[in-house]
Design a protein around this ligand. Structure first.
Ligand SMILES: Nc1nc2c(ncn2[C@@H]2O[C@H](COP(=O)(O)OP(=O)(O)OP(=O)(O)O)[C@@H](O)[C@H]2O)c(=O)[nH]1
Ligand SMILES: [Mg+2]
Length: 294
């Protein structure tokens, strides 16, 4: 009896909840049940139909009012509360059938994954007490990784979470459709007669692939050189070490994702499935009840 649990994490606004909604939709179409659990006690409206919602147990607003804590303190308090009152999560996770996906839509405070103990302890409890196989899906927003310093900052944050949580880890580059949308619709300045060049769909597609490659197959020495050019010379050795660290451990590998791209959604599912050897847990089951509702 094993449940495969994805913890969807990353900084605020990277698209975690949208990723969960896309997975749920994809699961309906591909007849692979995906149960999304809202684990964000400060969430507003949800873009998906939650199988369970932590706000049934505790909310940031209640904690802020009762304990006069600020939003971050209240959130950490809520997560520690979930850990103490773990029966709630246990009931949720163990209510699902073996082989179904359980997707936890986590809050956007990145310190929860890089500094505090509560998420790590929750994972250990799920593994020990709830027969869960957990992995971290860490989202990084394509629109925020534009230059070398942002790229390294993002990759290092994802790496901190990976080291802190100690579970199989997948870095996902979210909102890649925005990379395409932000491409210039005319020739780039500096090129010959740029105002004459209006790329067609094919050229835009090629430019998109090129822009995406910068993220997906990053040229680390070139990124390090970009950093060196911006920073004081005394940081060169540090930049080189950080670059080597990320490269040596393949920590800059990202899976591209866009919530509107069915192929990207299927691929993300496949990658996470391989990470947790999910297929081994799948059961062949009769037609699901929700057939016909999509
Ligand atoms: N263009 C585009 N926009 C996206 C995509 N995914 C999410 N967004 C938008 O990004 C914004 C934030 O998305 P959410 O899914 O709420 O992000 P989140 O990480 O759950 O945010 P928090 O829970 O507040 O940390 C919303 O306006 C989404 O519509 C995507 O793939 N493409
Ligand atoms: Mg969210």
């Amino acid at each position: 009896m094993v449940r495969c649990v994805q913890l969807v994490m990353g900084p605020a606004g990277v698209g975690k909840s949208t990723y969960c909604a896309a997975l749920q939709q994809h699961g309906m179409v591909s007849r692979q049940p995906v149960h999304v659990v809202n684990m964000d006690p400060a969430a507003d409206a949800l873009a998906y139909e939650p199988a369970a919602d932590v706000r049934e147990l505790i909310t940031v607003d209640d904690v802020s009012d009762e304990l006069a804590l600020g939003p971050n303190g209240a959130l950490v308090y809520c997560m520690e509360y979930v850990l103490e009152d773990v029966e709630w999560l246990e009931e949720v996770v163990t209510s699902f059938v073996d082989g179904d996906w359980v997707v936890l839509d986590m809050p956007g405070q990145v310190e929860l994954y890089t500094h505090f103990e509560c998420v790590r302890e929750l994972i250990r409890l799920m593994e020990r007490q709830m027969e869960a196989r957990c992995c971290a899906v860490f989202l990084l927003d394509a629109s925020f990784l534009g230059d070398a310093s942002k790229f390294f900052a993002g990759a290092l944050t994802a790496m901190s979470a990976m080291l802190q949580l100690g579970v199989p880890h997948l870095n996902v580059l979210s909102k890649v459709d925005l990379v395409k949308r932000r491409l210039p619709d005319r020739g780039v300045e500096g090129e010959e007669e740029p105002w004459m060049v209006v790329p067609g769909e094919e050229e835009r597609e090629e430019a998109f692939e090129g822009a995406l490659e910068r993220f997906l197959l990053p040229d680390v020495p070139a990124l390090v050189a970009e950093l060196d050019a911006k920073m004081d010379a005394r940081f060169r050795a540090l930049n080189a070490r950080v670059g080597a660290l990320l490269e040596d451990y393949s920590l800059v590998q990202l899976v591209p994702f866009s919530s509107t791209d069915e192929e990207a959604i299927a691929d993300a599912m496949l990658q996470v499935g391989m990470l947790l050897q999910h297929d081994e847990e799948r059961e062949v089951r009769p037609q699901p009840e929700w057939e016909g509702t999509v």
